[in-house]
Design a protein around this ligand. Structure first.
Ligand code: ZN
Length: 145
């Protein structure tokens, strides 16, 4: 199996069996809703931050397989991370999909499956939508403290 097939498998698996799907719609979860009109992706991400740690991430939305699977991978990666680590991982993910070098790519785990998106600029917004949601959610939670 080549790397591209492995990556495709990660994407399809997270699309068919999404992790952390379904919102709590309750305090103290913090919700951010963003859309990607160019593709029709619509994503909602909720986070629970306690003591500078991302305790939980929930995601729900509709759209293409890249967007929805990426939300699943993102939620799985960020749960349990400190806010600082989460922000670093989000930045690394943006850097990777832009096609730039990421120093510690291993830390991205299954999210490296989206590396190929750099060859499809129109899909970068699909891959990053859920990450933009969680990034904004973290910023809003921190600025409310
Ligand atoms: Zn999309």
């Amino acid at each position: 199996m080549n790397l591209n097939n492995l990556y495709r498998e990660v994407i399809m698996d997270n699309y068919k069996n999404p992790k952390n799907k379904g919102l709590k719609n309750a305090s103290p979860y913090h919700l951010v809703h963003l859309t990607n009109p160019s593709c029709g992706d619509d994503m909602r991400v909720e986070i629970l931050v306690e003591n500078d740690k991302v305790v939980d991430v929930r995601q729900d939305g509709h759209g293409c397989s890249i967007c929805l699977s990426s939300a699943s991978v993102m939620s799985d990666l960020l749960i349990g991370k400190s806010v600082a680590e989460a922000k670093e991982l989000i930045e690394s993910f943006y850097t990777m999909v832009k096609g730039e070098e990421v120093l510690d790519e291993d830390k991205l785990g299954e999210a490296v499956a989206y590396k190929g998106v750099r060859d499809f600029p129109a899909r970068i917004k699909c891959a990053t939508l859920a990450w933009k949601c969680v990034e904004r959610a973290i910023d809003e939670v921190k600025s409310n403290e």
